[in-house]
Design a protein around this ligand. Structure first.
Ligand SMILES: Cc1cc2nc3c(=O)[nH]c(=O)nc-3n(C[C@H](O)[C@H](O)[C@H](O)COP(=O)(O)O)c2cc1C
Ligand code: SF4
Ligand code: SF4
Length: 380
């Protein structure tokens, strides 16, 4: 029942389970384990436990780091240690991910084959600690993206859900990196944005259809909304993952969604929105950011028109003779006040919230079309 309510609110699934809120705890080695996540269960939808080192070279690196005073999880048998964590998480409604450091694709596949598909496998391509980089994991993978892609493929052969935790601005081109992770079969990009902010989220959103988790200093609802309105599906917190901060974000996003219907609605394109904002764009009749965007993605004006018309056919958006372009398909976001749209919605018996939910469905179709169906387009 609770899961159904959450699904109606956010429409979010991860590892084939309903996510109750788009907030996750991000890995902190030696700190974030099942106990840490369960203590925050009231206000998180997912938790990435770890990072855990899972083979001889990375376990050795962890021992070196621990000896130098860094918090690390240490054990002799990684399968036994991880299985114990996973079974502690099993009764909870938190979607569980394991953040893993491995020196080879085989090590990752080996763990997945023994632990099974109840958890998400997150490849740690983020850590910059020297001993781990020497063990060919963490940031090493951002400079050796073929190896990263091979790790993703190896995990996918085990039929599990795969996340890649990256640090923005390290790989030569984050757009190409996102595409590579997507093409290798990855499901989630979990990005530590460093100082790049939401512009980097938009860049990744415009390059791949993957589930995006935005991370780094998301400690206010304003920052969370910035991430969500530029393409993130979820945000994560590590250093400030205290109960008070998490509860505040959870309450704020729940209130916002109750009011607006679409929790991560993009900004309008002319206000810096990502590719999903085509759902709010007008007909291509004036000189505005839509025209270069269509050129960039290789979609002709005629195809854009025909696609949107077809996408809204027989939906509540296929209505609105009093609106600027004769249909709600071309209408603006609920945050832009407009009496013609309001009038149309009233006549159609559609709440503003439901209008936004319909726009979300249109945006999903746009992503599907651009990334999967229209082979000639090149999302930017
Ligand atoms: C003590 C500590 C340990 C961390 N260990 C890991 C790790 O093992 N794997 C990983 O992917 N990220 C690790 N991180 C990075 C965090 O998950 C997160 O990306 C980073 O702290 C930025 O997010 P924040 O501003 O919410 O803390 C660690 C961060 C800290 C502070
Ligand atoms: S088509 Fe309309 S909403 Fe889109 S960028 Fe142009 S003016 Fe803005
Ligand atoms: S009718 Fe209003 S909401 Fe629709 S396109 Fe025109 S200005 Fe935007």
């Amino acid at each position: 029942m609770e899961a159904m309510r959450s699904y109606e609110r956010y429409g979010l699934l991860l590892n084939e389970r309903v996510v109750k809120t788009p907030i996750a705890v991000s890995a902190m080695a030696g700190i974030v384990d099942a106990e840490y996540a369960l203590a925050r269960s009231a206000h998180i939808g997912a938790a990435f436990l770890g990072g855990y080192s899972i083979d001889a070279p990375t376990m050795e690196a962890s021992r070196d780091l621990a000896a130098a005073g860094r918090p690390e999880f240490l054990y002799d048998d990684p399968v036994e240690a991880l299985a114990a964590q996973v079974s502690r998480m099993a009764p909870s409604d938190i979607i569980c991910g394991l953040n893993l450091r491995a020196g080879s694709a085989e090590s990752l596949a080996g763990i997945a084959s023994q632990i099974g598909d109840s958890v998400i496998y997150e490849i740690d391509a983020h850590c910059r600690q020297e001993p781990l980089v020497r063990a060919r994991c963490g940031e090493y993978l951002l400079h050796h993206t073929d190896l990263l892609a091979e790790s993703v493929r190896a995990l996918k052969r085990e039929e599990v859900t795969v996340s890649v935790k990256i640090r923005a601005g390290v790989s030569a081109d984050d757009r190409l990196l996102a595409k590579k992770i997507w093409k290798a079969g990855g499901d989630i990009i979990h990005v530590d944005l460093m100082d790049y902010g939401y512009q980097k989220v938009r860049q990744i959103r415009n390059s791949s259809p993957l589930f995006i988790i935005a991370n780094n200093s998301i400690n206010s609802f304003e920052k969370m909304k910035d991430m969500l309105s530029h393409g993130a599906d979820m945000v994560s917190l590590a250093r400030q993952s205290d109960d008070r901060t998490l509860a505040g974000l959870d309450a704020a996003i729940s209130r916002f969604t109750g009011e607006h219907g679409w929790y991560n609605a993009p900004k309008q394109l002319c206000r810096g929105g990502d590719i999903r904002s085509l759902a709010f764009c007008c007909m291509p009749v004036k000189n505005c950011p839509l025209i270069p965007m269509l050129e960039k993605i290789g979609l002709s004006r005629e195809d854009y028109l025909a696609f949107k018309q077809k996408a809204v056919a027989e939906t509540p958006l296929d209505f609105g003779s009093q609106t600027c372009f004769g249909s709600l398909a071309w209408c603006c976001k609920d945050s832009s006040p407009c009496m013609f749209r309001e009038m149309t919605l009233r006549e159609a018996g559609l709440s503003s919230r439901e209008y936004m939910r319909q726009k979300k469905q249109l945006a999903d179709k746009i992503l599907q079309h651009l990334f999967y169906e229209h082979a000639d387009t090149h999302p930017c």
